[in-house]
Design a protein around this ligand. Structure first.
Ligand SMILES: [Zn+2]
Length: 268
């Protein structure tokens, strides 16, 4: 059995197809699906999914850094209120996204970073209040995230504190998050031929700190690269990493499933 620790059946791409996607996930040995919120409405949708598929779908709620600038106080209040639902097993995805800033002025970049950092810290505070782990997104910001999280270590209250979702950094970049006790989640990107460095990370991270995800509908793994991703495809990523680590698929699936249960405080 495998667990898709991060996907988005709650996005429009699955409006007409989520039931089929869930049926195929079940057929392909996916035992649990975690739908991740990106804004107030998608977070609400993730909670609704968890209610429609009890003990199969779970939810995480947050405002994604992409939406940080546009987010209002009322949006964050909705996240706070949703986070009280028993179906919510983490705060996320939250974090920092410093991608594509070449065309922005220095002031715009500074404002973007300030707003994202402030919102990220609010999410960490909320996770602390709720004693929930955090699911963290990073693009071009591993150093800044490691610094912020180390400086605000007392906010990382849950044990374990959370997961670095869809990790795409280097062995050097992963070290501070392992030290903070975070799980590292691998998506289909690790199966790509040109992901040599990430394959090294997948071999480096201790097996007991590793989980897998699809981030569906994005980032379909090989051999489905370029297609619409779905939770059933998490097995390709798991098969690929098992092979890299010279483990049987069974061993790898058992270990990462156990890890996911521990990460999200779910019953085994
Ligand atoms: Zn995501």
């Amino acid at each position: 059995m495998l667990i898709d620790t991060h996907c988005h059946l709650n996005l429009k791409a699955f409006t007409d197809s989520y039931r089929d996607a869930i049926a195929r996930a079940k057929e392909n040995g996916v035992g649990t699906i975690v739908n991740s919120g990106t804004q107030a409405p998608t977070s609400k949708r993730a909670v609704e999914f968890a209610r429609e598929f009890p003990r199969y779908c779970y939810a995480t709620v947050a405002i994604h850094p992409h939406h940080a600038i546009a987010a209002t106080a009322a949006d964050f209040e909705k996240i706070e209120s949703l986070s009280q639902a028993p179906e919510v097993i983490a705060i996320g995805e939250t974090g920092l996204d410093y991608y594509r800033e070449e065309d922005l002025s220095r002031e715009e970049v500074k404002r973007r970073h300030d707003v994202q950092q402030e919102l990220f810290l609010r999410h960490l505070t909320l996770a602390h209040e709720r004693r929930l782990p955090v699911s963290i997104h990073s693009r071009n910001a591993y150093r800044e995230l490691a610094e912020l999280m180390t400086a605000h270590k007392s906010l990382l209250a849950a044990d374990p504190p959370g997961v670095m979702h869809c990790f795409t950094g280097t062995v050097e970049e992963v070290k501070p998050f392992l030290d903070l006790g975070f799980f590292i989640s691998f998506s289909g990107i690790v199966t790509f031929d040109d992901a040599e460095e990430l394959k090294q990370v997948a071999k480096y991270v201790p097996l007991d700190q590793m989980v897998v995800e699809t981030d569906a509908p994005f980032l379909a793994p090989e051999p489905m690269r370029g297609k619409k991703n779905e939770p059933a495809f998490v097995r390709y990523t798991a098969e690929h990493i098992a092979e890299l680590r010279i483990l049987s698929f069974q061993e790898f699936a058992e270990a990462t499933t156990k890890n996911a249960y521990r990460l999200f405080h779910l019953e085994n």
